[in-house]
Design a protein around this ligand. Structure first.
Ligand code: SF4
Length: 104
């Protein structure tokens, strides 16, 4: 049982590392992290500017959309914008599920 748990933990750690591998290519690497969690307009604009040309923007966005607890600017979006994306995706999935059920 202990061996199985250790193996599971190793797999989970490997998955987490793999999931964040894209962060090495981030445009914000080395930038001031405060810009991404600030309430000052000038600072958040600097963060959005970095995100605009970031090569891993969509991976970053997907990562942040998956977890509603993640705050700050990720993938060029605010927490509020990501909530909108989550709501739209839920609506789309609900619609798709309903449509599929009516088909049968
Ligand atoms: S999209 Fe923005 S927050 Fe995400 S890695 Fe790129 S620069 Fe950083």
């Amino acid at each position: 049982m202990l061996r199985l748990r250790r193996r599971k933990n190793r797999i989970l750690v490997a998955m987490a590392v793999d999931e964040l591998r894209w962060a090495d290519k981030a445009a914000c690497k080395g930038a001031n992290p405060d810009w991404f969690f600030s309430t000052e307009y000038e600072e958040t604009e600097k963060a959005y500017a970095l995100c605009t040309n970031c090569p891993v923007k969509f991976l970053c966005l997907e990562y942040a959309v998956k977890d509603p607890c993640i705050t700050g600017i990720w993938g060029g979006t605010s927490w509020r914008k990501r909530n909108q994306i989550r709501r739209l995706r839920k609506l789309r999935n609900d619609y798709a599920t309903t449509y599929r059920q009516e088909e049968w």
